[in-house]
Design a protein around this ligand. Structure first.
Ligand code: MN
Length: 232
């Protein structure tokens, strides 16, 4: 059976100081993230058992547990990779170009994404996502770990707005925490996610107008007779 696993952090607990304290990183990764991994595996096992017993009476609750925990595992795994002690600044290249095209500039994207994270009622995430129908970037406000996302969109950069992400250090002041994260963003990681996301094809035709053309896949030859994927 498939098992979800807790990834190693790509840096030491203290590496993100002073912006995120070592104790927060330790608790956040070793306990909170681990709880989602364990919860996801438990839900998978319980669903297997339900099939074995041909008992669908608790499927609703199991589906909720599966969505919550798998989504928590996915978002935390991205979050750790999105951060680096040598981060901050602004992206360049195709990602910077797409941010200019879709948000009018880096400052606009930063303001919109920070506002998405800051205005969550309760626990959740702000996310910069690639939306494959339009071929454009968008922001999403995700409640808990799984509600409010755009189906088929791919998270590129995520802001954990749960209290466990900042409370030990920032107490009830979450705005300085969100601002501090901009010193840590690993733009090469976000750019690599953007590059990979653009290769996804949701196989939905004629459901959007004015989509941004997809970049040609690496090594592909230009062929004027072939419309870009997603536009046919
Ligand atoms: Mn978290």
């Amino acid at each position: 059976m498939t098992r979800y696993t807790l990834p190693e952090l790509p840096y030491d607990y203290a590496a993100l100081e002073p912006h995120i304290s070592a104790r927060i990183v330790e608790l956040h990764h070793d306990r909170h993230h681990k709880a989602y991994v364990d919860g996801a595996n438990r839900a998978i096992e319980q669903l297997a058992k339900a099939r074995e017993n041909q008992d669908v009476s608790h499927i609703g609750a199991l589906e909720q547990a599966l969505a919550f925990n798998v989504s928590g595992h996915v978002l935390h795994s991205i979050f750790w990779q999105n951060l680096t002690p040598h981060g901050g600044g602004e992206p360049d290249g195709a990602l910077a170009e797409a941010i200019r095209r879709d948000f009018g500039g880096f400052a606009g994207m930063r303001a919109q994404l920070t506002a998405a994270a800051s205005t969550i009622m309760g626990a959740g995430w702000g996310a910069l996502v690639y939306e494959p129908l339009s071929g454009r970037l968008a922001t999403a406000q995700i409640h808990d770990h799984q509600s409010g996302g755009l189906q088929s969109s791919v998270p590129l950069l995520v802001i954990d707005a749960w209290e466990h992400a900042y409370y030990l250090q920032y107490e009830n002041e979450k705005k300085p925490f969100f601002e501090a994260l901009w010193n840590l963003w690993n733009w090469p990681d976000v750019a690599a996610r953007f590059e990979a996301a653009q290769r996804l094809d949701p196989e939905l035709r004629k459901v959007v107008e004015g989509a941004s053309p997809r970049p040609a896949p690496a090594g592909a030859r230009l062929n004027a007779d072939t419309p870009p994927a997603g536009r046919a």
